[in-house]
Design a protein. Structure first.
Length: 603
């Protein structure tokens, strides 16, 4: 997320969702003491047969008894965890048919383009962290959007001022998602492109049921929609889709058909690419600096080695620059280890204080040093060195805060989606994908059915820092697709949407799991806090009043009302069993299967 004050969802708005099923569910789980166990929800084993109808019945809800929102799911032969039951069901079916984790992840992202267009899509980009069991290696498929090859550090200078408008062509980066998906499929997958994209095409063509979250995002973002978006998100009578409606998107079905036939070329070359470029140009202030057809046909992903950090008795791995996320996650977790955080109660002021102080510190380094490492020399090794992190942890004390600048409140999150897959061979995917804000720029490519990102607002508006805009540069991200490795093998995956809050949501989930020994679901629902270098603390419902009062006494600026920190999806792998959990603040869904319940399959 950028440093300027572009209009974003406010914490108040998020907190006002008290009537939504998701917030109620998460608050209930937290207050009912899920931190002490899964209670009446149990830990059911979900068999393949339970999900037989999934791809034949698009449009089902979390309230359907066959689904498992708010529960942990344990199975031996495959597990997916996404924000969307439809996507999870499609992916589980692919695993059951013999596809691997990467196949499932590709199918998930194509489905999310259709069913959850507010959070990610083919008009955006993302980071896919892949553990390949055959080669026993972790690689990152980096499909981050790039600025045009003609962009300059003055990209956002307009009428003599630096002004980063989220709806202009200058905000729209070269989309990377399709290239990322097709590269991942070719590099690690085993299924045909057609098999992996067909469920999304079917859903776009035949329709799916709009969930409460999509309905809310459609209603709240109409101001920035162009005509094509309004039309696509309205029914035949011209009314915006509401929860429970069946939505179709035939234009998107046609675009996906084009990719089905021609692969990534169907998106980056020819008529679709021409329409993308024309739409970006239409909203550009300076058409010479925005993404054009040449940028689209030139775009490619990079395959990155992950950032790695030993922590406790495991290893943290994740996407390196241009995401700051996993590096900051690792910095904070190591500082908290030096500070012996687990000695303090999981809901104590001391715990929250140590977390906040560590974030203030690491976030200051993020703003000072981090950017696209093709352009700036980011001292990652130095920032992650134990000597350095010990020196950053040492000054932290109880009774007062040393870092925040109280004059500035926290920034506001944008929106992405995170999902994870582990298959029976041990392959794993931890993938965070985005179009930046909710509904991205709000500008749909006419006739093509998908929204363009506004990812380039993740650059600083003004030149001079490591994250200034530049030609063909990638903006600094906070997305934190993480894996925790034990003896080199994935033991836990986690990630979240939420802009800068992604880092807070992700590392506290890992902290709860490893330092406090909570179950995968408890690790998500245990209340978290969110802050950054400018201070100000947002908090999940469930952070005790007493702890908040103490934090305020110690000098932190604590919000009056609760927020929702992230939307985390996790999978844990232990003793031959996979346990998945999706954040119950939305209708996320973990789905697993056993060919023989409770056992590992043998082929
Ligand atoms: N653009 C953000 C990032 O890359 C993700 C979107 C968001 O959740 O703000 O960090």
């Amino acid at each position: 997320m950028s440093r300027d004050d572009t209009p974003r969802r406010t914490a108040g708005q998020a907190g006002e969702r008290t009537t939504s099923s998701g917030l109620r569910r998460r608050a209930f789980l937290s207050s009912a003491g899920v931190a002490a166990g899964a209670l009446a929800f149990g830990t059911p084993t979900v068999t393949a047969d339970d999900y037989q109808p999934v791809t034949d019945v698009p449009g089902f809800s979390c309230d359907d008894p066959q689904f498992t929102c708010g529960r942990e799911v344990t199975a031996a032969d495959g597990m997916v965890s996404t924000v969307d039951p439809i996507a999870s069901g499609v992916a589980a079916q692919i695993l059951r048919e013999g596809g691997n984790a990467i196949d499932a992840a590709v199918a998930i992202q194509y489905v999310l383009t259709v069913t959850q267009p507010h959070g990610s899509g083919i008009g955006g980009g993302g980071f896919m962290v892949v553990y390949d069991a055959d080669s026993d290696t972790v690689e990152c498929v980096n499909s981050r959007e790039r600025a045009s090859q003609t962009a300059s550090p003055e990209l956002y200078r307009h009428d003599g001022e630096y002004d980063q408008d989220i709806e202009t062509g200058e905000a729209m980066g070269t989309p990377g998602t399709v290239k990322g998906l097709e590269t991942a499929r070719e590099r690690y997958g085993s299924c045909s492109r057609q098999r992996l994209i067909d469920p999304a095409i079917r859903l776009a063509r035949d329709g799916f049921t709009v969930d409460w979250f999509l309905a809310e995002e459609i209603a709240e973002n109409t101001d920035k929609f162009n005509d094509a978006a309004i039309e696509t998100y309205s029914d035949d009578r011209g009314n915006l889709y509401e929860e429970g409606d069946t939505m179709t998107n035939p234009d998107l079905a046609d675009t996906l058909e084009c990719i089905r036939r021609r692969g990534a070329d169907g998106f980056y070359e020819g008529a679709v690419a021409a329409d993308i470029a024309a739409t970006i140009r239409e909203y550009a202030r300076d058409p010479d600096q925005v993404v054009d057809e040449d940028d689209l046909s030139t775009y490619d992903v990079t395959i990155d080695d992950p950032v790695r950090k030993e922590w406790r008795d495991v290893e943290l791995v994740g996407q390196p620059m241009p995401s700051s996320g996993p590096t900051v996650v690792a910095m904070v977790l190591r500082m908290l280890e030096f500070l012996d955080i687990e000695e303090y109660d999981v809901r104590s002021a001391e715990k929250y204080h140590l977390i906040a102080e560590s974030i203030y510190s690491a976030w200051a380094d993020r703003m000072e040093y981090m950017g696209d490492d093709e352009f700036v020399d980011v001292p990652v090794d130095a920032l992650l060195s134990d000597d350095y992190l010990q020196s950053r942890a040492d000054p932290i004390e109880f009774g007062g805060t040393v870092f925040p600048d109280d004059e500035m409140g926290p920034g506001q999150p944008g929106e992405t989606t995170h999902f994870s897959v582990i298959d029976k061979w041990g392959n794993a995917v931890s993938y965070t994908s985005t179009i930046e804000q909710f509904m991205g720029s709000g500008k749909m490519v006419p006739g093509r059915g998908f929204l363009l990102n506004n990812e380039l607002t993740d650059f600083d508006a003004e030149p001079g820092g490591p994250n200034e805009p530049d030609a063909w540069k990638r903006p600094l991200s906070s997305m934190s697709p993480m894996m925790v490795l034990r003896d080199g093998r994935p033991e836990f995956t986690a990630g979240s949407p939420g802009g800068w809050a992604i880092v807070s949501a992700t590392f506290q989930t890992i902290l709860h799991r490893y330092a406090y020994g909570l179950s995968p679901l408890e690790s998500i629902t245990e209340p978290s806090i969110y802050t950054h270098h400018m201070g100000g603390i947002e908090w999940d419902e469930g952070v005790p009043q007493e702890a908040r009062d103490t934090l305020a006494d110690w000098g932190h600026e604590v919000d009056d009302e609760p927020s929702e920190i992230g939307n985390v999806q996790v999978i844990a792998s232990e003793d031959g069993l996979l346990t998945g959990a999706a954040d119950p603040n939305r209708d996320g869904q973990a789905v697993g299967f056993d060919r023989e319940p409770g056992t590992n399959g043998d082929d």
